[in-house]
Structures are given as C-alpha cells and as structure tokens.
Design a protein around this ligand. Structure first.
Ligand SMILES: Cc1cc2nc3c(=O)[nH]c(=O)nc-3n(C[C@H](O)[C@H](O)[C@H](O)COP(=O)(O)O)c2cc1C
Length: 363
C-alpha cells in the first residue's frame, strides 16, 4: 500500500504547487486504508524522556500542523509523530506563495508563519484519539501578535498536556518576527521557568509530560553555550536540533534560493548535524537529543545518531523520497547495527560527536 501510494502520488504531487500538494497529501492520508504496520525489530527501540519509542524515526513538526492525520502517519511506520506547530489563537500565517520546492537541491524553503487552526481545535482532535496508542507529541508556538509570548506557550501546555506524550517548545521558527529572540539568555530563562511551572501544574492533574526545546541551527556557539546551560538548569527533558535555517548553503536553484524563509532538506544536513554534535558535547548526557535536518536515508539517520541524537525526525525527505522512506531508513539502520555488531542504537549515540565538532565549519 505504501509503495503504491508513492508510485501513484509522487508524480502528481510534484506537478502541483507545493502547498496544494501538501493539502492533497493530507487528504490522501485521511482516506488511505493503511493497515497497522508490522511490529518493529526490538533492536530499533529507544528509551528517552521516560517513553519507549518502538523505533527512532519520527515525523518532524510542520507536516500535520493541526493534528488531522496523526494515526495515519503512525501507520506509515513512524516511531513517533510531532503534530503542530500550534498557536493559542487561530492565525492564517503569511500570504501565499510561502512554500517553495527546490527540486535540484532536494530542499524546501518555507515562510508559512505558523499558520494554525488554534489550540482549541487541535486539542479536541488530539483528545479524540488520545487512547489510540503510538507516541504523539505537539509542537507549540506563540501567536504573531501576542504581547506576552511566554503566556502563549503556557496556554498551549495547559490545553494540550493531557492529550499528548510530549511537548516541544518551538523558539526557532524563522517566520514569526522576533520569535527566535526567545533563544536569548534572559528571555529563555524566563520562558523556561514559566513553561516548566505550567508543566508541573499540569502534572498535578495527572499529566506530567516531557518538555523539549527546539532550537535554530543558526545560533552562534556562544549562544548555544547559554541555551544548553539554561535548558540544563531548568531540567528540560530534551532538545531538538533543529529547525530550518535562514542561511543559504550553496544551492543550485539560485532563483528560488533568494526567497525569504527557512531552508530544510538535504542542504541543511551538514549545519544541523554540526549543531547537534555541538549540543551533545555541551549537554554532557543531561538529556537526550532529537536530530532533525536533511535526513533522507538510513546513512543520514545513523550519522545523526553518531553525532549525538537518540531519536531523529524528518519532513523534507518525505517530499522527495516518498513515504516509503520511513521503512527504508529503519531497514538501513538495522543493517548498520549488524555491520557494527551493536545490540542497540543507544550504543552508537554520540560516538562521533567529538570528531564532528573538530571538523571545519560546514560551508
Ligand atoms: C513546511 C514546513 C513547515 C514547518 N513547520 C514547523 C513548525 O510549525 N514548527 C517547527 O518547530 N518546525 C517546523 N518545521 C521544521 C521541521 O520540523 C524541521 O525541523 C526542518 O524542516 C528540518 O528537517 P527536514 O530537513 O527533514 O525537513 C517546518 C518545516 C517545513 C518544511
């Protein structure tokens, strides 16, 4: 079914405007009679944030912003799905066109601007499927016109904690003006104090959920020192490294490369993997990391794990490789374990982190 889906859908989706293609993909997932996938090999299981993931391959935030097809996505074989980003109030995001496919680079530029149906609609959907099983997290953000942005994250935690397995505090979307300033030391310290407090209050009602922090790959190493230090002080459960980049590594599609927004996909891999390794050496095992950015093969996923990721996520790779990519990555990861004579992925986490941080800075 998954292979058929890719064979029929891929050429059609590539012929369409990217945002129409995305809407059609969501619709297809809504209707597709996907069966429950075969159980994953035990060797792929990962324990992190107090959760047991059947495999380490997750869907990154932004694909299912409004949590409309979470269960269909789990049926594609993902070990976990991160829905969202969601904002407290519904908001339309930026004017179209705002999503660009750079086919020659296997990259995407987006400036969606956290378009969201709002927390109420998303909470209702997640509540309706909360007992369906599978690990589902939610990516939370702030409304564009919010005066007190930290209060928006708190509102999201209050509305959503009961219905998800983890929450990711997204301070790294490049398309909401000023949002990334929340990564600066004083603002981040205040934000994390307030979101951890909201999480503890939710815990009193029986919903103590892991809180993750998702950062931009564009931070300086000095900024990263602060961010990891503050995350450790507030006992954040993990970090996701990272979001799209506002930088423009060498791209072939020069006309589209100048579009404003965040770049994702294959050209993001070197920078995001370097930042992952830099985060790993600073975290010193205080919490696990999710490696995100440019994963489109088992080799790329395994490189993220060796650079310090306990879990990985992908989005853009699906656009160019189709949904069969999830199964391919899992098979290839098992091959890497066999060849390396490793019993589990945990044995490989961070093995190359120090070496990656010694390489020349990716250009
Ligand atoms: C169209 C699009 C929308 C996205 N929306 C979000 C979002 O709402 N919140 C977030 O934290 N990241 C968002 N992201 C970033 C992805 O979650 C991921 O971090 C990034 O795309 C790098 O992974 P990739 O190279 O596998 O796509 C979005 C990415 C894309 C392409």
């Amino acid at each position: 079914m998954i292979r058929l889906f890719d064979r029929l859908a891929a050429p059609l989706l590539r012929a369409l405007d990217p945002e129409q293609a995305h809407a059609l993909a969501l619709q297809a997932l809504r209707l597709a009679p996907l069966r429950r996938p075969a159980p994953d090999d035990e060797k792929l299981a990962v324990a992190a944030f107090g959760l047991r993931f059947p495999n380490p391959v997750g869907l990154a935030a932004g694909f299912d912003k409004n949590a409309e097809v979470v269960d269909a996505l789990l049926r594609l074989g993902f070990g976990f799905v991160e829905a969202g980003g969601v904002t407290p109030q519904p908001q339309p995001g930026n004017p179209r066109p705002r999503l660009f496919r750079l086919d020659a680079d296997q990259a995407v530029i987006n400036r969606l601007g956290l378009n969201s149906a709002g927390v109420e609609a998303v909470a209702a959907r997640l509540a309706a499927r909360a007992r369906a099983g599978g690990i589902v997290g939610i990516n939370i953000g702030a409304n564009k016109d919010a005066v007190d942005r930290a209060a928006d994250y708190v509102a999201c935690i209050e509305a959503l904690a009961a219905h998800v397995d983890f929450l990711t505090v997204n301070v790294s979307s490049p398309n909401t003006p000023g949002l990334r300033n929340l990564q600066q030391a004083a603002a981040l310290d205040d934000l994390l104090a307030r979101v951890v407090d909201a999480r503890e209050r939710a815990a009193e009602n029986g919903a103590r959920r892991p809180l993750l922090l998702k950062i931009a790959p564009d931070l300086t190493l000095g900024d990263l020192d602060d961010v990891v230090g503050i995350a450790r002080r507030h006992r954040i459960d993990g970090m996701s490294v990272g979001n799209t980049t506002i930088s423009r590594p060498k791209l072939r599609e020069i006309a589209k490369a100048t579009e404003q927004g965040g770049l994702s996909g294959r050209p993001l891999f070197p920078l995001s993997t370097r930042m992952l390794a830099e985060t790993y050496v600073r975290a010193e095992g205080a919490f696990p990391l999710i490696g995100v950015g440019g994963i489109d093969s088992g080799a790329a996923a395994f490189a993220k794990i060796k650079a310090g990721a306990s879990l990985v996520q992908l989005y853009s790779g699906l656009i160019f490789r189709g949904v069969g990519l999830v199964g391919t990555i899992k098979r290839e990861l098992l091959d890497f374990l066999r060849v390396g004579r490793l019993d589990s992925l945990a044995d490989a986490v961070g093995r190359d982190a120090a070496a990656v941080t010694a390489e020349p800075w990716p250009g």
